[in-house]
Design a protein around this ligand. Structure first.
Ligand code: 8YV
Length: 311
């Protein structure tokens, strides 16, 4: 008998295939009346598989009295109601480590793009601007100060890359990371004041909402560059637009936004902004590792009672 699993939304073709091969999967996204479906079938499910973009709230969790495990495809899990899940005795796993390197690569890419103007120069060349002119001088990247908000796997991977660019690195996190050679700065505003680049690499969710506010942007300053590869919710987007418009912040490289896929139109008019579509983890390599880990977590739970990478 296969274990019965509720899948909230499609994950990827290979992950969906493996899950469907090994489990009795019920696709919630295909149900015309989700509430009625959950009310009728909820008690039959032993676990939940969820993609990082899909909400897994109390409405779902409370309808599954026998589910004890949630496997999340993604390192972030801010769309899961963790408190309710824990209260109901559910284990939760995510996919840490396997995409740290790719997300960190993209953070460096955004920092370089904004500072040196890669995207704007590409637009300039395509528009024929080089035939009659040249771009303005931009800003050096190597040797500068990099501040990291968040110093987990992704933050530390960014720090290692920054070292290759001869950058000084400091970080702000809830508590200092033991054994790290980098300085922990207890005040985010002070970190921003010191930094030339501030990279957001902390989890999303209520605890970090709008940590990067007007004061932090002011401290980063007119030459400072903000990079966000974490969650849009961490940055006060309205304050960001104002700070950039008024020249109180130098530039921003953004892979994530508060209300994806909506990007404030004002940001798209600014050459000092590079906007991406939440692609930090979008490589064939990290995608394949994530697919494997999300399924391995479910297998491990049913084999041993423990997921491999609990949150
Ligand atoms: C996802 C992410 O990997 O894992 C996360 O938390 O934010 C992303 O990089 C990607 O959106 C999955 O499609």
């Amino acid at each position: 008998m296969k274990h019965r699993i509720l899948q909230i939304g499609p994950i990827t073709a290979p992950a969906d295939e493996r899950l469907a091969r090994d489990y009795d999967i019920a696709p919630l996204w295909k149900q015309p009346d989700r509430a009625a479906f959950l009310a009728e079938h909820g008690p039959a499910f032993e676990g939940i598989a969820v993609h990082v973009r899909d909400a897994c709230g109390a409405d779902i969790l409370n309808a599954l009295p026998h589910a004890r495990v949630i496997v999340n495809f993604g390192v972030g899990y801010d769309k899961i109601d963790v408190e309710t899940a824990r209260r109901l005795g559910m284990q939760i796993s995510n996919t840490p480590r396997v995409l740290d390197g790719c997300v960190a690569d993209l953070a460096m890419g955004l920092a370089i793009d904004v500072a040196r103007g890669l995207s704007t120069t590409d637009r300039f060349v395509r528009a024929g601007g080089w035939k009659t002119g040249q771009r303005p001088l931009m800003t050096r990247v190597h040797g500068k100060n990099m501040g990291l908000l968040g110093f987990g796997g992704i933050g530390q991977a960014v720090a290692r890359r920054a070292a290759g660019f001869d950058m000084a690195v400091r970080y702000h996190a809830r508590r200092p990371v033991e054994g790290s050679a980098h300085e922990h700065e207890p005040s985010l505003a002070e970190l921003a004041r010191w930094a030339d680049f501030l990279v957001v690499a902390c989890p999303g969710g209520p605890a970090t909402r709008h940590l990067v506010n007007a004061e932090v942007m002011e401290a980063l300053g007119p030459r400072g560059i903000l990079v966000n590869i974490a969650r849009g919710s961490v940055v006060d987007e309205a304050a960001l637009v104002r700070a950039l418009q008024e020249g109180r912040l130098g530039g921003a490289g953004l892979d994530v936004f508060e209300h994806e896929p909506d990007v404030p139109p004002a940001l798209l008019e600014m050459d000092q902004v590079v906007a991406l579509s939440h692609i930090a983890g979008f490589t064939r390599e990290s995608r394949a590792d994530m697919e494997q880990l999300v399924c391995d977590n479910l297998d491990a739970y049913f084999r041993t009672g423990q997921v491999l990478t609990p949150v």
